[in-house]
Design a protein around this ligand. Structure first.
Ligand code: SF4
Length: 734
């Protein structure tokens, strides 16, 4: 007779007939897990597994990584270029020459008729660093538009802006290893277990060996909040008030690291004068956290031997996103928690290569964290590329969130989208639809021909995805990792690098300006341009990166002042010696007065409307919406609603309801839960024609990032549940 455990069928792992494992890095989130893709005898990718000796993930993958090989045969892929005269015509398959010739001639026509900046380029955080660099060379050195940005403005630009304002440069100073050393972790607006499951596993693994306080600031009782020692259910959009109040207590009670402040920071007097106004009693009335809790958290953080803060979109996607990041940096500067093991301001980035575009795409300036505004930077790049420095604009142009409104006013007439899907990702879908309809020419370059924005395109260019090509990506902790080519792209789809190079060949270029066609040759240009800089890649090669399972910059081929000596195997932390990237070497403490400029709930729209991710899906579901298991576990959007609020409106768990804002409405299934307070609803943002039909997306003044997380809505019951179910199913079908 069998008992207990013995009665159960053991888990059997099917033999997929793998004959070879090929090295790559996961192409979804910024955790940067090393992954191996199993190839069977017929050359087909049939399995994915985590790489055991990779420091990032130590053999683990989340559900997205485990099924990543299925992307190679996913539905909706583009296999041939498509073209049409008007957006209401049907697409016709055409040759690459025809599609690229038309694209180049439309760019030239628009620039001749309306000026160079009337044609705009918006890219992504998804392609390889070598491709970003090449697109930047094409945009800045050949096409010459200044209205060139990436969709990372929707997720990371507040972190970039905050790092630059505090430390003088972009670049997360910390790393995952800080979990092993910290004595206190404060998380702002980050639901780590769902957003970055493997980083969460690294944290949990440490906590099993050594306990330290986990403090989670989030208006929702997220999975992370449920396991925290202290949960601060903050009023949406008031993080700056809480951060000022924490600083107030730390300074007031003499808990600050005065010697660190004196030696390594500037601006203390103004900062102290400002936070003096944010006593816990005053702050608690704005941010909703009681004054004793504010005092306790401040004391716990300041008295910890080492303390670190992590954050994601809860901070970044706000009208105070950049200030929120600066507030976190202020907190860590006054407690001496930058550049030391366990002490950090670590922004957990979003897309797999959001860091690569920040470093090398030239979106915000010139490659390698160089600025258009600095003559020396302009000269260096102009000389290296072989162009006239006067060809570069004087300062950066529009952000993505300003480019789309500029189409409405006729300032921009043509747009090239690379692996980005604004029809689903931008706030206020109805407005974006009208905006895209106004374009004289739209070219969409994407791995998927069924991406929603393609409905408005005149030309579609089918791109290879992820490991259908070779190149590097940089993760949250500045680790550059490698993707080997694992599979051929379908049909006539081409690597983005090939597409950029082909387009470059259709423009007049300066004599001697080169566009190498091998990713490794491009990587060599990056290495040369990085030597001696903070983001030094000079000590890296493809083989060395693979051997180390990724290398963290600065990684130099000689002594590096940014690494404090030899950094041939990479550098874990920035600013360890207290020298920051401003010319005087000091970090800035910045006073942050709070201005409440959000749309807030009122009588007509009484709920906060909040949005976020689920573990199964990535961004606009362009990829995960095609993978069986991801859809099986998360097939449809839902709305978290407090049971008391639902009962008051006569809505039951599992019923459909209409959520309405001043911009539009959406029908979603209600899930009653105590995870949200009485005056808030939450909907995952991944689904088309849902969350962004409602969002307002006011912009942060520094980063131009939209406040996706804060707007007002009302909820209406739906009488005809059967009709709502049918409509909902039809809307979500692929
Ligand atoms: Fe990929 Fe992120 Fe999951 Fe790792 S945690 S497997 S990088 S999606």
């Amino acid at each position: 007779m069998l008992f207990g455990r013995d009665k159960k069928n053991p888990i059997k792992i099917a033999d997929k007939g793998v004959v070879e494992w090929k090295y790559a890095t996961c192409g979804y989130c910024s955790t940067g897990c090393s992954i191996e893709v199993g190839i069977d005898r017929k050359g087909k990718a049939v399995a994915s597994r985590g790489v055991a000796d990779a420091d990032v993930n130590r053999g683990k993958l989340c559900i997205k990584g485990i099924f990543e090989h299925e992307l190679f045969e996913s539905a909706g892929r583009g296999t041939t270029p498509l073209m049409r005269e008007h957006r209401w015509d049907a697409f016709t398959p055409v040759s690459w020459d025809a599609a690229l010739d038309r694209t180049a001639s439309e760019i030239q026509r628009i620039q001749t008729a309306y000026g160079r900046d009337a044609f705009s380029i918006v890219s992504t955080g998804q392609i390889m660093t070598e491709e970003f660099y090449t697109l930047g060379k094409l945009a800045r050195g050949v096409i010459g538009t200044n209205n060139y940005d990436g969709n990372t403005t929707l997720c990371m630009s507040s972190a970039v802006s905050g790092y630059k304002r505090s430390f003088g440069s972009d670049g997360p100073p910390g790393c995952y290893d800080d979990f092993e050393h910290t004595d206190c972790l404060l998380a702002f607006g980050s639901n780590l277990p769902e957003q970055h499951p493997v980083i969460f596993w690294r944290l949990r693994d440490t906590l099993e060996r050594r306990r330290f306080p986990i403090i989670v600031v989030d208006p929702r009782v997220t999975m992370f909040a449920q396991m925290a020692d202290v949960h601060l259910p903050i009023e949406p959009g008031t993080d700056v008030v809480l951060l000022n109040a924490l600083a107030h207590v730390i300074l007031d009670e003499g808990l600050a690291d005065k010697s660190y402040i004196d030696a390594f920071t500037d601006g203390f007097d103004d900062f102290r004068a400002l936070v003096a106004q944010y006593d816990p009693q005053t702050a608690s009335r704005i941010c909703g956290i009681d004054e004793d809790t504010i005092r306790n958290v401040a004391r716990t953080y300041a008295k910890a031997g080492a303390a670190m803060t992590i954050w994601t979109m809860g901070i970044n996607q706000s009208t105070h996103g950049s200030d929120g990041v600066v507030g976190i940096n202020n907190l860590n500067l006054i407690t001496g928690n930058i550049g030391k093991p366990g002490g950090s301001s670590l922004s957990i980035t979003g897309q797999c290569n959001a860091m690569g575009t920040r470093e090398w795409s030239s979106c915000s300036g010139l490659p390698g964290y160089r600025a258009l505004e600095k003559p020396q930077d302009r000269d260096e790049i102009a000389r290296f590329w072989g162009v006239d420095p006067a060809f570069f604009p004087d300062k950066r142009g529009m952000f993505m969130t300003d480019i789309l409104p500029a189409i409405e006013t006729g300032q921009i007439r043509g747009l090239w989208l690379v692996a980005t899907n604004p029809m689903t990702s931008m706030p206020n879908t109805a407005r974006i639809r009208k905006t895209l309809e106004k374009l004289e020419f739209l070219v969409v370059q994407d791995a998927y021909r069924d991406v929603e924005t393609n409905e408005y395109a005149h030309v579609y260019l089918p791109a290879a995805l992820w490991a259908e090509k070779e190149g590097c990506m940089t993760n949250t902790e500045r680790r550059v990792n490698l993707i080997r080519k694992v599979s051929e792209p379908p049909g006539d789809a081409k690597a983005d690098l090939w597409i950029f190079n082909q387009l470059a060949s259709r423009f007049t270029r300066a004599d001697g300006m080169e566009f190498p066609d091998q990713a490794e040759q491009v990587f060599d240009e990056i290495r040369q341009l990085s030597r001696g800089r903070m983001l030094d890649y000079s000590g890296m090669s493809y083989d060395k990166i693979e051997q180390h399972r990724g290398l963290q910059w600065p990684c130099s081929d000689g002594p590096s002042e940014w690494a404090g000596g030899d950094s041939g195997d990479g550098t874990r932390r920035l600013y360890a010696d207290g020298r920051f990237a401003f010319p005087d070497g000091k970090a800035r403490l910045i006073a942050l007065p709070f201005v409440d400029n959000n749309e807030r709930p009122d009588e007509e729209y009484p709920f906060w409307f909040n949005s976020g991710r689920v573990v199964e899906h990535f961004h606009t579901r362009t990829r995960t919406g095609k993978v069986g298991n991801q859809n099986k576990f998360s097939p449809t959007p839902y709305m978290e609603m407090n049971p008391d609020a639902a009962q008051e409106l006569g809505i039951r768990h599992g019923e459909y309801a209409r959520v309405v804002s001043r911009r539009g409405d959406a029908v979603v299934m209600v899930q009653t839960t105590q995870r949200v307070p009485n005056d808030m609803v939450f909907v995952p943002f991944h689904f088309h024609d849902c969350v962004n039909r409602l969002t307002l997306g006011l912009l942060d003044p520094h980063s131009r990032q939209p406040a996706f997380k804060q707007c007002a809505a009302r909820i209406e019951p739906i009488a005809d549940q059967a009709a709502a179910a049918v409509r909902n199913k039809a809307a979500r079908a692929y």
